[in-house]
Design a protein around this ligand. Sequence first.
Ligand SMILES: [Zn+2]
Length: 344
Amino acid sequence: MKNLLYLNLLFVIFSSATEAQKIVVDYAESITEAELKTHLYTYASDEFMGREAGTEGETLAINFLKDYYESTGVSAGSTDGSYFQEMTVTDRQGNSIDSYNVLAYIEGSDKSDEVLVITAHLDHIGIEDGLINNGADDDGSGTVAMMEIAEAFIEAKEDGNGPRRSILFLHVSAEEKGLLGSKYYTDNPIYPLANTVANLNIDMIGRVDSLHIDQPDYIYLIGSDILSQDLHDVSEKANEDHVGLAIDYRYNDPTTLVYEFGRWRQNRYYYRSDHYHFIKNNIPAIFYFNGTHEDYHAPTDTVEKIHYSLLEKRTRLIFHTAWNIVNREDRLALKENAVIPSED
Ligand SMILES: [Zn+2]
């Protein structure tokens, strides 16, 4: 009798664990190659004119994102109840630019004060010498990944499986002018930085670089263990349990050399995308990245060159990592003596 009860109890525990696994897998499967492709064929089309911050292309991009979140049922995340955070920023030439971050928000349940911020930059470099830079990889790929992740979480919430912590889907602008949108957000946060548990930053995840032509099922992760071992472990486990990509950590060292713009130089990727402004504020972050390629910042970074099945896998990895961060019992612990590499 006693033994039987014990077995029953074990069965209940075991089956509810598998049930939870099954649920998360179902939502991950709502992230599909086909939908990513459909979104990207619009977002990185000529119509958006290269999405340069402060131009009509940016206006089209921010309205496209707003319309998407409205129709998907994801709430506006800005203070005035809108999807936009308006900002005036100054570019490297000293010009002042009116620009907008886009914010969509899913409120958590019992830990709603704590927020996970997912970022991807919405802007690109616009038109140069009469040629449109569509930025399909940079950062159309991260943008559509975030749209699909948000859709998976809102479906979960509608089924009663919403996240315990809140999630801010933050499409930052003016990244190409010097990470200005993410700097503006972290200088003027809408959700307190002290309650921001982590940042997952997605910038270029649709291509394969020259180092991985023979093994394209990879992704670079940068920064995952700098501030929190928990974050690194959660990310590794999400990959192991669900995705199985080869994770390449070589650029965790900012001095690792890369061949770019016709010469070898230190990669410095750690400082070169929007996660940097979160990490410097002591918020654990991961930068998801496929490395550079011959079409980087060129009019040839176009939609037909994206590997959509790979984009799907990488997006699912980020979704599973996010799912764990927002649903786990304990907030990700910070390392006690973390050293944040400074820019100089
Ligand atoms: Zn980028």
